[in-house]
Write a protein that binds this ligand. Structure first.
Ligand code: FAD
Length: 416
């Protein structure tokens, strides 16, 4: 470590990057903190289905990055990092600038590989970023009926780290879109002349949750008359058609796809940093397997499965604590205990909250339905937006966890 203040560089200002920064800011008087992002705004992807389907302004899904970064005592560099030379401990920028670090925290997310889908640019739509979601909103405004097809392309993962090998990064957005679409089409009187078909590359739709969540969600799918087919691997999109690897094709007037995820191009350009698919391999303290001064958190890590904001934040908490311990020799590193926690809107004031850790060997597997879940999602999104990247305090999430578990315990008792 150099004799001046050690420099910690965070690459990426999404869920994981900002959370790490906020966790580290108490060290800003003794550590030189820098956050780098090519975007000048942070994008809250959980708001994007509402941009695509519920008239939310895209501006309401992002907020300027410079403010929360500088208020945390950090320097904001508004540039894309081109590559990392981890053995030299430096970041190289597109313009050739070089930034040396003592510790690096990679929070660059995953790359949504639209171009891996033949025909996507011409015939496909997606809710996954702030260019695609408004495009989908426009297509829906012009939609007058017909078959709609929604699903995730298959992703594949590296082998260096043991993580659940899901066929899709996360099917929550697919579920959210299909329910919101059903609601929207009914509102517009278009549901009778429109079908909604969903495909999943996995053996079961929603591989990342357990049987109780499936049992709660299945009647909702049935009631919305949505047809779900599993084991369908997307091959290509063309005019009026979605083609699958098994040779079948479905008619489609509107094809909405979650593209395959691969690691960030930055990681691919950085020797030794990524696994075979460009994700960053770490141990469960989020330290890189090969570079001890490199940490990573969020969708860009090999460990994050499913690719979920909640898991990105859990990883950021672990990574920031481990990094702070390296810097100060103090503090405890929380144990990484991933869990699926998300709220999917279902149109109007309906939503489903899902809380499950069965994918990781736990026994929690529950849902909360209805306007209360919708209100929680609204509250979470508004808090995140208006506080520029902060999450509701731990006390609120502890209270929520307690409430969910006790509500389900008492409903199970009354079932018996
Ligand atoms: C439509 C949709 C809906 C979703 N809904 C939910 C939900 O309801 N709940 C939930 O928990 N999760 C949800 N998710 C998942 C969630 O959005 C992601 O898991 C989360 O955004 C991951 O955070 P991250 O910080 O790892 O990556 P990102 O949010 O992708 O942030 C990565 C950041 O790194 C920056 N970056 C990229 N390249 C570089 C570079 N070369 N140099 C410097 N910076 C760089 C990017 O500009 C970006 O700001 C949803 C995802 C989608 C697509």
């Amino acid at each position: 470590m150099s004799t001046s203040r050690p420099r910690v560089v965070i690459l990426g200002g999404g869920f994981a990057g900002l959370r790490s920064l906020f966790r580290l800011r108490s060290l800003s008087h003794r550590v030189d903190l820098t956050l780098v992002d090519p975007r000048d705004s942070s994008l809250a992807r959980p708001s994007l289905p509402e941009v695509a389907l519920a008239g939310k302004s895209v501006e309401h899904s992002r907020f300027p990055l410079r403010g929360p970064v500088t208020r945390s005592g950090a320097t904001f560099i508004h540039q894309a990092a081109e590559r990392v030379e981890a053995s030299e401990r430096r970041v190289i920028f597109q313009n050739g600038d070089v930034l040396h670090y003592d510790f690096l925290l990679l929070a660059v997310g995953a790359h949504k590989d639209y171009d891996a889908i033949d025909g996507f640019r011409e015939f496909g739509f997606s809710p996954c970023d702030d260019e695609q979601a408004p495009r989908l909103a426009h297509a829906l405004e012009a939609f007058t009926g017909g078959p709609i097809v929604i699903g995730s392309a298959k992703s594949s993962w590296g082998t260096r780290v043991e993580a659940p090998p899901l066929a899709a990064p996360c099917e929550g957005p697919v579920a959210e879109i299909m329910f919101m679409l059903d609601h929207e089409l009914r509102q517009r009187g278009l549901r009778d002349n429109s079908s909604i078909r969903v495909f999943s590359p996995g053996h079961i739709f929603f591989e990342d949750v357990g049987p109780r969540v499936h049992a709660d969600v299945e009647p909702l799918v049935k009631r919305a008359e949505i047809q779900v087919t599993t084991g369908k691997v997307l091959q290509s999109l063309s005019e009026g058609k979605v083609q699958f690897e098994d040779g079948s094709s479905w008619d489609s007037a509107l094809s909405i796809v979650l593209p395959p995820y691969v690691g960030s191009p930055l990681v691919a350009r950085s020797t030794g940093l990524g696994d075979e698919r460009g994700f960053v391999p770490t141990d469960t303290t989020m330290r890189h397997l090969d570079f001890e001064r490199v940490y990573a958190a969020g969708d860009g890590t090999s460990l994050s499965m499913p690719k979920l904001g909640h898991i990105a934040v859990q990883q950021a908490d672990v990574a920031a604590a481990a990094l702070a311990q390296d810097l100060t020799g103090q503090g405890e590193v929380p144990i990484y205990r991933p869990e699926v926690f998300c709220i999917a809107n279902r149109g109007g004031t309906e939503a489903t909250l899902i809380y499950s850790n069965t994918l990781f060997g736990g026994t929690t597997d529950l849902t909360l339905e209805g306007p209360a879940a919708h209100l929680m999602k609204w509250g979470f999104d508004e808090y995140y937006f208006h506080t520029a990247g902060h999450l509701p305090p731990d006390m609120a999430s502890d209270a929520l966890e307690f409430m969910l578990k006790s509500t389900h315990a008492s409903s199970r008792e009354s079932d018996e």
